[in-house]
Write a new protein. Structure first.
Length: 153
């Protein structure tokens, strides 16, 4: 695992401390409530169980910014209203509409539902572009995923 987020010792479990899910050592676990471990299946998998589907690589459709803007205007919504409705900032919505920012999968799904449009596709013609990340993190993209970090020379 990682190191304990409280004292720095090797972490052995996860716990909720002050509302945050953190890695903790056995001693610091007393400061929070231990996260229940998922049950481990022993023996055979249930008969008829389907194998896990591979993760899909998702890309925003071409012209996604214009598509978002048109759908928003068609619904008579201001950028502030739509942003508040899907829990993002107005600036983030404006950047999406201007295509200066690619939508995280979570944000794209919210926009698709609210505006009744399709923003994500599985494959693109130009293979040079990286897909949106769909791995285990709940929040989608992080700042480090978006910013290209240049090494110091």
């Amino acid at each position: 695992m990682d190191e304990c987020h409280i004292c720095g010792q090797p972490a052995v479990k996860q716990a909720y401390v002050e509302g945050a899910k953190v890695h903790v050592c056995a001693e610091c676990a007393r400061y929070g409530k231990e996260v229940a471990k998922p049950p481990v299946l022993k023996g055979r998998v249930a008969v008829g169980a389907a194998p896990a589907a591979p993760l899909k690589e998702l890309f925003p459709v071409d012209g996604y910014g214009e598509k978002i803007r048109r759908a928003r205007e068609k619904m008579g919504m201001r950028p502030e209203d739509l942003a508040a409705k899907i829990f993002i900032t107005k600036n983030e919505l404006v950047h999406l509409e201007e295509e200066r920012l690619k939508p995280a999968e979570k944000t794209a799904r919210k926009l698709e539902k609210e505006l009744n449009i399709a923003l994500l596709v599985e494959k693109r013609e130009d293979d040079g572009e990286k897909p949106l990340k769909t791995t285990g993190r709940k929040g989608g993209l992080t700042l480090a995923d978006v910013v290209e970090i240049k090494s110091r020379k």
